[in-house]
Ligand binder design. Structure first.
Ligand code: MN
Length: 316
């Protein structure tokens, strides 16, 4: 889903305020884009205010939307390097195909984790005739320098740890929390949680104080440390918190992400996470020439072409 909103300029992680090293409450508006009929994507990270939360370097909230026959998700083959794509399906289904030969349907409550490493290509489409509801979060995790040239991999996680707490159903998407460990294979200290309530709920969740954290509201409305959160914004919590207080008066769904502040500066352009413009140039030229990423077999969709490298302008 990531590629539907074209990013022309590169995003540099050292181009925004560093992790403040203490608790803060920063409200950050997500950018909104309509990618096909009524299909809204809200991009909370990267933004001018925050390029990363730990190793999480891309937070997209897609939908909810009701697609008619022939509509739905249609993202043709495209490449990635230097990151993991992390898909959390809330409603509907998505069909993933990649250049390693994996073909996997993801359903609500499941995670697809694709580790691009040195390079992979994939497509994402709605299965069947595309009709039905779709609601998902697609997140990227930057790989640290020591891991970013590793072999590509794909994992599907159908069962995640679920904990009931204070009226919330807490699903552990990544990392460790509440005495549980998520199965997703990640390469830096981080955490991801989904909190869903059917009615009023309230809890104080323990946090790792060495992490920075942020909360995105996916549905309904809630309060986080007294701040009202709704879809379309990110509440950045800073670092150094032992706990976070979360409550709501009715149905709500929240995504909480956190991680050790990422020690390396990264460069994000199109679907690539790199360190230098030269790496991005090479990856782009390779993709456009059909080199180095392999072929995504079985998809009816045409491969995406990289945007012009002229957009790869790096501000000093
Ligand atoms: Mn992708």
């Amino acid at each position: 889903m990531s590629d539907l909103v074209k990013e022309q300029g590169a995003s540099r992680s050292d181009d925004c305020p560093p992790c403040p090293g203490k608790p803060v409450l920063e409200r950050i508006d997500a950018r909104q884009a309509e990618i096909g009929k009524g299909f809204i994507v809200r991009r909370a990270v990267p933004s001018k205010a925050r390029r990363m939360v730990g190793a999480w370097c891309f937070l997209d909230h897609a939908g909810p939307v009701a697609h008619g026959p022939g509509e739905g998700l249609k993202v043709g083959p495209h490449p990635h390097i230097g990151l993991q794509t992390f898909t959390w399906m809330i409603e509907g289904e998505g069909l993933h195909r990649d250049s390693l030969g994996y073909e996997q349907i993801i359903r609500p409550g499941q995670v697809n984790l694709m580790t691009a490493g040195r390079g992979i290509a994939h497509s994402e489409e709605s299965p069947h005739d595309g009709a039905g509801r779709l609601h998902a979060a697609q997140l990227w995790i930057a790989l640290p320098d020591s891991e970013r040239h590793r072999e590509p991999a794909f994992h599907h996680y159908p069962d995640l740890p679920v904990i009931e707490r204070g009226g919330f159903t807490v699903t552990l998407l990544a990392g460790e929390a509440l005495g549980q460990t998520a199965p997703a294979q990640v390469f830096s200290p981080l955490v991801g949680l989904d909190l869903t309530s059917r009615g009023a709920a309230s809890t104080r969740l323990p946090l790792e104080p060495g992490f920075e954290h942020a909360v995105m509201c996916l549905r309904g409305s809630a309060r986080v440390e007294g701040e009202v959160v709704e879809p379309g914004m990110l509440l950045y919590l800073g670092q150094g918190r032992d706990t976070v207080e979360i409550g709501c008066d009715g149905e709500a769904q929240l995504l909480l992400v956190g991680g050790e502040p990422f020690a390396e500066d990264i460069l994000v352009w199109w679907n690539f996470v790199a360190r230098t413009p030269e790496e991005i140039r090479t990856a782009t030229e390779n993709w456009n020439a059909g080199r180095g990423f392999g072929e995504v077999k079985g998809t009816p969709l045409a491969p995406l072409k990289a945007p012009s490298l002229a957009g790869l302008s790096i501000k000093g």
